[in-house]
Design a protein around this ligand. Sequence first.
Ligand SMILES: Cc1cc2nc3c(=O)[nH]c(=O)nc-3n(C[C@H](O)[C@H](O)[C@H](O)COP(=O)(O)OP(=O)(O)OC[C@H]3O[C@@H](n4cnc5c(N)ncnc54)[C@H](O)[C@@H]3O)c2cc1C
Length: 453
Amino acid sequence: MFQVRTTSAARRVANCSARFTVIKSASRGFATVSNISPTRTHRVVVIGGGAAGLDISHKLLRSGKFSQDDIAVIDPAIWHHYQPGWTLVGGGLKTKEELRRPLNSLVDPKFKFYNDSVAGFSPKDNSITLGNGDKVSYEQLVVVPGISINYGSVKGLSEALADPKSHVSSIYNYDTCDKTFDTIQRLHKGTAIFTQPAGPIKCAGAPQKIMWLALDHWKRAGLYDPSNPSSSAVQISFMTGMPVMFGVAKYNAALEQLRKERGVEGYFQHDLISIDGNKATFVLPNEKEPVIKQFDLLHVVPKMGPHTFVKNSALANEAGYVDVDDGTTRHKKYPNVWSAGDASSLPTSKTAAAITSQSPVLVHNLLQSLEGKTPEAIYDGYASCPLLTEYGKVLLAEFKYGGEPKETFGDWFGIDQAIPRRSFYYLKKNFFPWVYYNHMVKGTWGGPKGWTN
Ligand SMILES: Cc1cc2nc3c(=O)[nH]c(=O)nc-3n(C[C@H](O)[C@H](O)[C@H](O)COP(=O)(O)OP(=O)(O)OC[C@H]3O[C@@H](n4cnc5c(N)ncnc54)[C@H](O)[C@@H]3O)c2cc1C
């Protein structure tokens, strides 16, 4: 009884208090009660300090409309990773250590940084609960915690990845992205299989980018002859749960042509479900019999999906993503909730490049909303995928909703971006990592629109 009254008293204090009020003093007054969580209130709470969270929170701060601790960022991570660079690590072009930074070094001191995880949402009360049980309330909430990688989707995968002697790796993980290059270097003959799962993943081009780099490595080492693959020391297969090489027709045509020209065997709608020693088992839709393949090198991309704490919340759509409007990025049911990036329901490719176009829209609309105005900025679905097709060349896919190409350099110089080019390679290898840490995470990069304030 006493506890209940105390808790509601604490809530009243929190609700009436000015911003950022920490009501520890209220709980201190009732020293015998141990289960009262301090509630802190912020004008904007951003869940996730990844590509989207850092870009959006810093863009909000740069609007000049927020003071110390008005904006809170919540993320349990110690390190922030430039994940698009893990493909370069897998290809031996960068070290994984040079692509990460301590997360707290990227968070502006004007933010309140909670180095904790979010466990649940109470959108009706405008609050969230942290992993330690504390509540944090908000006027506006930005939900950008990315997605999780489901290693359990492939039986035997975790064990195979952890075994340094196995020839199984994945660029989708900090711990194993460098193992990928080891396995590529160690293979002198045999069958190399590169997989992609059915369903949404981060950067749907990356599973084949690493294959094209490996192919080029073996070609340069004299182990693979694209004009005579069957008599080469190494044979290469791309086994994908998807029906095509790439989801945008224009680039799919170019990549399918490359696959055929280079003698890579394509297995479509083949979804990897288990690994046992050097055998990989795949299932096909409407086929009872699985397909079992023997391998000497296996590069695996596991299935991915929304975090459980998002999926099980009132904010999720049926698939478990934060259910926002495709144009405004505003939640369909809770108007003070916003999302972008991988965690969002935005029906486009899950890439950092997409975030460069989503975040200015989200920030503009959120600021409008704080002023009681109707959100008017509209995201057109822009996303990009710099597809490494060999060492020294990249096909730069850029597109918007409906799989319609939206090519920056095509518009500027009239060139066809489906043709792999050396200049795009330097964008991917040097410029994008540089602009990411020097500008995007600081909120000053607008992707194809260039620098913002
Ligand atoms: C191998 C690989 C290659 C890629 N290649 C490219 C590419 O070439 N080009 C491109 O544009 N994109 C690429 N991407 C995709 C890109 O990295 C992601 O789309 C981007 O990082 C998504 O940003 P995000 O902020 O939505 O999620 P993330 O950057 O993943 O950040 C999510 C953050 O949320 C935090 N979080 C998780 N759970 C919680 C919780 N419970 N509470 C609070 N915080 C939480 C995490 O710690 C993390 O810091 C690639 C990704 C990979 C893995």
